[in-house]
Design a binder for this molecule. Sequence first.
Ligand code: FAD
Length: 293
Amino acid sequence: MYGSMTKRADAALIGAGPAGLAAAAYLARAGWKTVIIDKNSPGGTARQLELIENYPGFPDGIPGKELMRRFVRQARRWGARFVRARARGVRRRGSDFAVGTTAGNWECRALLLCSGARFKDLGLANEKTLEGILHGAFDEAPRLRGRDVAVAGGGEAAVHQALLLSRYAREVTLICRGPALKAMRRLQSALLRRPNIRTLTRSVVAGLRGKKKLAAVLVRDLKTGKISRLKTSSLFVLIGKTPRTGLSLFRKKSPGFFSAGDIHSGRFRQTAIAAGDGIRAAMACEKYLRGNR
Ligand SMILES: Cc1cc2nc3c(=O)[nH]c(=O)nc-3n(C[C@H](O)[C@H](O)[C@H](O)COP(=O)(O)OP(=O)(O)OC[C@H]3O[C@@H](n4cnc5c(N)ncnc54)[C@H](O)[C@@H]3O)c2cc1C
């Protein structure tokens, strides 16, 4: 299918976040020819985290970048091959898999999908086209010095982002659908100590205004139904995540196909869980490879 320049591996992994990296290290160490494909630098979402304070074994915390550097080193040490490319499609070829990427094609006996999860959209018409709307947590705070910014969401990621932004922004408005924030108590206490963060509970983003750039957010109060206009050029959307399953053409039971990490961890999306899940998938994959020589 994918042309004559196809390379072969025993196992191909899509996604080099903690799940993919842990699985790659395990499989390569077990002696299988392993390739790990990612469209970005290895490390996934965890690489972007300033400090991971709850990964076991690091009592003082560890920057996400450093932790992921160690994961990469470990996978490389056992011979895992890293490919920087976007996986465009996967399909079955007999008992094997064919993986088409932006940098060539691979055939493999086992496929592990570790492509993580992405932040959900609000579902508003001009959400994708207006400048100033970011889906996810980004270290944009210094650029927003003195501005008024909005954050949609009430969970850990949203509250964390609001705290980060409040160091520079004039005012941060946190728009939370539920009656209370869901973030852990420590973050909520920190929030109360920041006078420039305003929290609107039982409220949702009902509309976006602006021509090319965002100019204002319409906020609906779910108690009264009243809509108010919030002037801002920046909105961070952190209302939950949804698995990146676009490439997952196979049912869970397809022989030789495995998945791990945030792609199916539901509410339990954490670095250590993703890494552990990567190992679980790699062990299942290793058993499959042995049994299907
Ligand atoms: C704001 C925020 C704060 C967090 N804080 C913490 C914390 O304090 N502690 C903690 O333990 N965890 C935290 N997490 C969670 C942690 O980052 C994730 O659970 C973990 O990174 C999931 O690992 P993963 O390997 O499943 O997916 P990811 O890390 O998301 O990696 C998926 C990889 O797949 C790649 N990919 C996707 N599609 C393709 C494709 N088609 N082709 C090629 N590559 C592709 C992506 O580029 C990415 O590198 C936080 C997450 C967020 C968003």
